[in-house]
Write a new protein. Structure first.
Lengths: 273, 364, 310
């Protein structure tokens, strides 16, 4: 009797399966047109595609501004990833392990940027940076990105700390290690997957971020800012498509890796928000 | 006893968490080479007391001395004690050998010496050749042994064990009890074990401290706790027990005469046990010390009505109501005692016990 | 110098105080350490979020006079926002469009979340990763992709033309409110999907068996058990998607025409060509207030509905 009933709930549902396919097509379809048309020889994005070419990719390699923007984005992305992950490790540990007064409100405040429109943070920071006479640069962009990336780091790392027994650290202390060594010999190795996931995901978020960079950027462009500038010139669309394809490929690979390694944290993320 | 070397001295230890009093005035010594258990229900403060010894909690009042040295300002990683944690806290990122050798880093040993000591410990815990195993490939019993080895490799003055057998299933637990006792004899280190399992405490320990609601109720050998529980709580916690009320009638030399409430019979018990108590009295008696009779064996026997009989294999438990529906008493007898006929429920039976079986209790 | 005794010398003189001081320190140590570990994060977020936000609130009470700011405080910007139809229209339109996109997304996403929760048994993690993957990557490119799809010479128009289904490109596809709504729905879907999925996943499967056992068919099972139990997820998903989309800037800028601009574009304009920063600040604050207000109304409504449903 029991297996039969189980079967009823686990019976595949044709309509739902079809819907799932439809959903995935809707989700990925539009994005896939970017790589598709990046190989089209025509100047305009339209069907039918007459012939395929790799010219646009070749053109990309010669574009000095693209390379500059790439370098800038990498620099911002790497520093933002490292800073927010470092801060995230300590903040997540404090929030999970220690009796900190006002834990709930603090967590809410930290996770706020996951929900609040980024334009608010961008504009507000622009006001302050301007009031302090700080010139807009890659540094101001990085500062803006840290606001956005910190909640991701913390949300990815918190489940890591929840996921292992605090007695691990006590055991290490009991075996004669002081706080510093306990951290490096026990804490870091155990949460390593979370650290790697945090680095990968925050790097990608920063690498692809536009709104903060738009408000806080100076003359040095990041890749999204460069693309934004090119979007006004339809003639340059094919090159943008080629660039976009590479960026998407790169980002998808990093995020897939990050989510795979981060597992629990990444899925729990929105549940917390 | 008094000339023995004191390994741990707890001087008037109290611990409060906010308003909650986790431990109140714990004050006792643990001797070198002793297997000492702290027995109590969950929330009795036993684990907190152990963590104060290890240094993970600071006492609100009082001082811990280990081997004569005060431990107030000594952090856990500098104390000459090591601990086996409740769920063993085996480092998941290290293999068995690296887990066992974790504490050796600070000793600055050469690779060969390190390996030799680890192998020695693997030998000791009967897991030779397991060094390269990943920690998640170990069974519960093996994890427990690795946790023991990891703590013992540093040759601590005291090994603290926090419910070390709690995570194991019943059969394994019995086996590990034997091994743990043997191990302690081999290494000769002072063991302090925290448990809620009275059988475990009785089977393993030289002495047991019984804790309840933050207080140390009694410290004694297992036999002493069983035969001479000082209070109703201790008596109820260890083994099963019948509780009776009685009145001291008077003394004949070394014996006191006590009338049991309910049955009305007068029993004799050693007068020195009463500690000068008189008047109303709480008494306790173990079910297996009572003999059940179908006919009155003498004038001192207590009469009652047999209410129930439960057959448990090697033993039979009888429930007897004393007097006119008064207190009930459980009698546990070997099933051979029924050779002269099974008493019917509802029939009158008589109870008797040796003079030394009756125990007075100090509180209610 | 010598007059002032340091706490150290005091404690050395008085052994009792020494130990009790240590004890108090140890008791607070846990909290202290936690606070210290949180401090860098809090300081950075304080400097980059809290202080700028206060500054923005203050600036919204200034007034732009030529290239400088007028003296004193005034509610002039807010009065202008309330009085000028351009602002109120844009604000209301932003709320309405975000709501439309949210509604559309929740409806479209629910069956997918249901499928994941109840019909995917193997490789669930991989499914979840694949579904959330796009949302981590370039927002700009994902919006741009819709321009490729919906454009005058885009995928849909040229495709339909090629197939001979239409004679001239459909010009309402791009630069319209529907284009913005569709793009928003696509871009933020994960924010609605994940909470719904989580709430469905939490439902104890034995409840379904119980309701089947009590004689409910699959349809009633859904409406009487699954839907009510997944409501917290639906509400969370609605919030998580609605709030950020109201302030979206990129999507209306790229795929919205003149009559599909949103409040985010107006704010950006004040910091760009219009160069009226106090007004921009006031608009940002107004937007937050409006989102909060709508959010509270929605919360009250959902509470009321759930009480009524019971």
């Amino acid at each position: 009797m029991k297996p039969a009933r189980r079967h009823e709930f686990h019976r595949p549902n044709r309509a739902l399966q079809l819907y799932a396919v439809f959903f995935m097509v809707l989700l990925y379809g539009p994005i896939l047109f970017i790589p598709l048309f990046s190989f089209s020889a025509g100047l305009y994005i339209r069907f039918p595609i007459e012939s395929f070419t790799l010219d646009w990719y070749g053109r990309l390699i010669g574009e000095r501004p693209v390379l500059r923007a790439l370098e800038n984005s990498l620099r911002v992305g790497v520093s933002v990833a490292v800073v927010s992950t470092c801060l995230g490790v300590f903040a997540a540990k404090a929030l999970v392990r220690y009796r900190v007064p006002g834990k709930g409100p603090i967590l809410g405040f930290i996770l706020l940027p996951l929900v609040v429109p980024p334009i608010i943070f961008g504009v507000a920071m622009l006001l302050m940076v301007n009031a302090l006479n700080i010139p807009l640069s890659l540094y101001t962009i990085a500062a803006g990105h840290i606001i956005i990336c910190l909640p991701f780091s913390i949300a990815i790392l918190m489940p890591r700390f929840e996921g292992y027994d605090a007695a691990m650290e006590e055991a290490a202390a009991d075996l004669g290690e002081n706080g510093w060594w306990v951290f490096w010999r026990v804490t870091v190795p155990i949460i390593m997957p979370g650290i790697v996931a945090s680095l990968l995901l925050t790097f990608t978020v920063s690498f692809d971020e536009f709104v903060m960079a738009f408000f806080l950027g100076g003359t040095d462009l990041t890749l999204p800012l460069y693309i934004w500038g090119q979007l006004r010139i339809p003639r340059n669309f094919p090159v943008v498509l080629a660039l976009g394809t590479l960026i998407l490929l790169f980002s998808f690979a990093l995020v897939f890796l990050g989510l795979r390694i981060g597992r629990r944290g990444a899925i729990k993320l929105v549940d917390r928000g | 006893m008094s000339e023995r070397h004191v390994m741990i001295r707890l001087s008037n230890i109290s611990k409060r968490f906010g308003l909650f009093r986790a431990i109140e005035h714990a004050d006792f010594d643990i001797f070198r080479g002793e297997f000492f258990s702290i027995l109590g229900a969950s929330g009795s403060g036993k684990t907190t007391l152990l963590r104060i010894m290890a240094g993970f909690e600071a006492a609100s009042e009082g001082t811990v001395h280990i081997d004569g040295a005060p431990m107030d300002a000594v952090p856990p990683h500098q104390r000459p004690v090591n601990m086996v944690f409740q769920n063993y806290a085996i480092f998941p990122h290290l293999n068995v050998a690296d887990n066992i050798g974790f504490g050796l880093r600070k000793l600055g040993l050469g690779r060969a010496e390190r390996q030799r000591r680890i192998d020695e410990m693997l030998e000791l815990i009967a897991l030779p050749g397991y060094g390269a195993r990943r920690s998640d490939q170990l069974s519960g019993g093996q994890r427990q042994r690795v946790a023991l080895a990891r703590a013992l490799i540093l040759r601590p003055k005291v090994l603290l064990l926090d419910e070390p057998l709690g995570a194991l299933d019943k059969q394994l637990r019995a086996q590990m009890q034997t091994e743990l006792r043997a191990l302690q004899r081999t290494v000769g280190i002072t063991f302090v074990l925290v448990t809620h399992d009275q059988e475990e405490a009785m089977a393993l320990s030289d002495r047991v401290a019984v804790m309840d609601e933050g207080r140390v109720m009694q410290i004694d050998t297992p036999a002493g706790l069983y035969e001479r529980p000082g209070s109703r709580k201790v008596a109820g916690f260890i083994g099963s027990m019948n509780f009776l009320r009685g009145v001291v009638l008077g003394r004949d030399g070394a014996m006191a005469r006590v009338q049991i409430a309910g049955g009305g019979a007068v029993c004799r018990m050693p007068a020195d046990r009463l500690n000068g108590a008189h008047g109303d009295l709480d008494l306790a008696i173990r079910p297996e010390k009572i003999a059940l009779h179908a006919r009155a064996p003498g004038p001192d026997a207590l009469a009652g009505v047999l209410r129930d009989r439960v057959f448990l294999g090697e033993r039979v438990h009888y429930t007897v109501a004393l007097g006119d529906g008064g207190e009930t008493v459980i009698v546990s007898a070997p099933n051979t005692a029924e050779a002269d006929g099974v008493p019917q429920t509802g029939s009158t039976v008589w109870l008797s016990w040796p003079e030394t079986a009756l125990m007075p209790l100090s509180d209610t | 110098m010598a007059v002032i005794q340091s706490p150290d010398s005091l404690t050395v003189m008085d052994g009792r105080r020494n130990t009790s001081f240590r004890r108090r320190l140890a008791a607070r140590f846990d909290t202290l350490r936690g606070v210290l570990m949180l401090l860098p994060t809090l300081v950075i977020l304080g400097v980059t979020v809290a202080v700028p936000f206060l500054l923005m609130s203050a600036m919204s009470l200034w007034e732009q006079v030529g290239f400088g700011y007028g003296d004193g405080w005034s509610l002039g910007n807010y009065a202008e926002i309330a009085g000028e139809p351009l602002y109120t229209t844009l604000l209301l339109r932003s709320l309405a469009m975000a709501m439309a996109a949210t509604l559309m997304t929740v409806v479209l996403v629910y069956p997918m979340a249901y499928f994941l929760a109840f019909h995917v048994h193997r490789n669930k993690l991989v499914w979840l990763i694949i579904i959330t993957l796009p949302f981590w990557t370039s927002y700009l490119l994902r919006v741009f992709a819709w321009r490729v799809v919906l454009g005058y010479e885009g995928v849909i128009n040229s495709g339909l033309l090629e197939l001979g289904l239409i004679d001239a490109p459909l010009d309402f596809l791009l630069y319209s409110r529907s284009a913005v709504i569709i793009t928003l729905a696509h871009a933020w879907a994960a924010f609605a999907l994940l909470p719904i999925y989580v709430s469905l996943e939490k439902i104890d499967k034995s409840l379904l068996e119980a309701s089947a056992d009590l004689g409910e068919g699959p349809v009633m099972r859904f409406f009487r058990v699954i839907l009510p139990l997944s409501m917290p997820g639906v509400i969370a998903g609605t919030f998580l998607m609605f709030i950020p989309t109201v302030g979206d800037y990129v999507t209306p800028a790229l795929v919205g025409g003149p009559d599909a601009q949103m409040i985010g574009n107006l704010i950006a304009l004040q910091f760009g060509t219009v160069n009226n920063w106090p007004m921009g600040a006031a608009l940002a604050i107004t937007m937050i207030l409006a989102i909060t207000l709508v959010g509270l109304m929605f919360l009250a409504l959902s509470r009321l509905l759930s009480r009524w449903a019971r």
